[in-house]
Design a protein around this ligand. Structure first.
Ligand SMILES: [Zn+2]
Ligand SMILES: [Zn+2]
Length: 355
């Protein structure tokens, strides 16, 4: 356990932060690429010359362009269900349930929202520019960034009696009501499209999702605002990825520091052992009466015996307390580096020489 520097909890945190950071970084790179492509996309003017311009290109297509025009339906437009006289080409009806749910952890009621019903309708439409030039917009529902105008919003308050209230406290759910909304891309609205522009065989200009996998955009804002919005998203992902990467690095530094400390402790002990042995060895070889000395140890085991093993002679001085109480093997086997007599921390140990 001591050998392995990473504890389970730290490993779990490290793994999670690295995985999350990696995922966020992946999203960031993807968004960054999309933004770069978006910024590089040429802006073409929608006018009578555009069809001729595409006609001279061999493939009759432009890979990724920005085009702006006002929305016009090809056939009959969609009519609003709630607002008299509003017509559009894309309509989104939504019914959301709002309720309060008892949160037993925070001991409070928290808001909760759930989509009960959602319907999206769309009719074929074109963008109209100068000289009545038109571009058919294909697959508008596949595009990103289409924020439509909310033309109807109504909240239906929930009504309940006394028994309902008791039931709500028992179940931990209080209905607030239903929110009914209608969003619409209105006829005549200015729309910015970013995608692949083609001149079809029927000589109709069409804007469609890029075949090379680039992101298709339709936005009711202008191109600069669209770029700014996308740039903001890129920044958010970058910050998220950095925060989690930093958390991972912090855990690594923490584990590394602990590992370094335990290593240094082991080095110090090793160093002490070497120092002790070299001094001890010097003594035994230097002394002419070495055999006599060892015989003396065997003769007087009880006078000079180590307080721990009671067999070997006491041969080390524990500093700073200065106690001479144990043999070196027993000192090494101590569970903590504290003196067995006085419990003071052992900073150093030196061999004992008796002359
Ligand atoms: Zn001993
Ligand atoms: Zn002591």
């Amino acid at each position: 356990m001591d050998e392995f520097p990473l504890r389970t909890m730290e490993g779990l945190c490290l793994g999670t932060s690295l995985a999350v950071s990696g995922f966020f970084f992946y999203v960031y790179r993807k968004k960054r690429k999309t933004l770069d492509k978006l910024k590089d996309a040429p802006q073409v003017a929608l006018n009578g010359k555009l069809a001729n311009l595409l006609n001279v290109i061999p493939c009759k297509c432009m890979q990724y362009v920005v085009i702006e025009g006002s929305v016009q339906p090809v056939g009959e437009p969609l009519r609003s269900q709630f607002q008299e006289g509003s017509v559009g080409v894309v309509q989104k009806l939504m019914l959301r349930e709002h309720k309060l749910v008892w949160n037993s952890l925070a001991r409070t009621w928290t808001d909760s929202e759930r989509v009960l019903h959602q319907r999206v309708n769309a009719v074929p439409f074109s963008l109209v520019g100068a000289d009545q030039a038109t571009v058919r917009v294909l697959c508008p529902l596949e595009a990103s960034g289409l924020e439509m105008e909310v033309i109807h919003e109504k909240f239906h308050q929930a009504v309940f009696g006394f028994t309902d209230i008791i039931g709500q406290y028992l179940s931990g759910e209080k209905p607030k009501g239903h929110l009914e909304t209608e969003e619409m891309l209105k006829v005549g609205a200015t729309l910015t499209g970013v995608g692949e522009l083609i001149l079809d065989t029927d000589r109709v200009l069409k804007l469609r999702p890029p075949t090379d996998g680039s992101e298709y955009f339709l936005s009711t804002t202008d191109f600069e605002t669209l770029c700014l919005e996308q740039g903001g998203q890129v920044e958010v992902w970058r910050v998220l990825a950095s925060v989690f990467a930093l958390a991972g690095a912090a855990i690594l530094i923490w584990v590394g520091r602990r590992y370094y400390r335990s290593l240094r402790l082991r080095w110090d002990r090793e160093q002490q052992r070497r120092e002790f042995e070299s001094r001890g060895a010097g003594e035994t070889t230097a002394g002419p009466g070495a055999t006599q000395g060892s015989a003396g140890v065997q003769e007087t085991p009880l006078e000079n015996a180590c307080v721990i093993c009671l067999t070997r002679a006491r041969n080390c001085v524990l500093l700073d307390c200065g106690h001479v109480c144990c043999c070196y093997s027993c000192y090494q086997a101590l569970p903590q580096p504290t003196c067995p007599i006085c419990r003071q921390a052992i900073k150093r140990v030196v061999p004992l020489f008796q002359a």
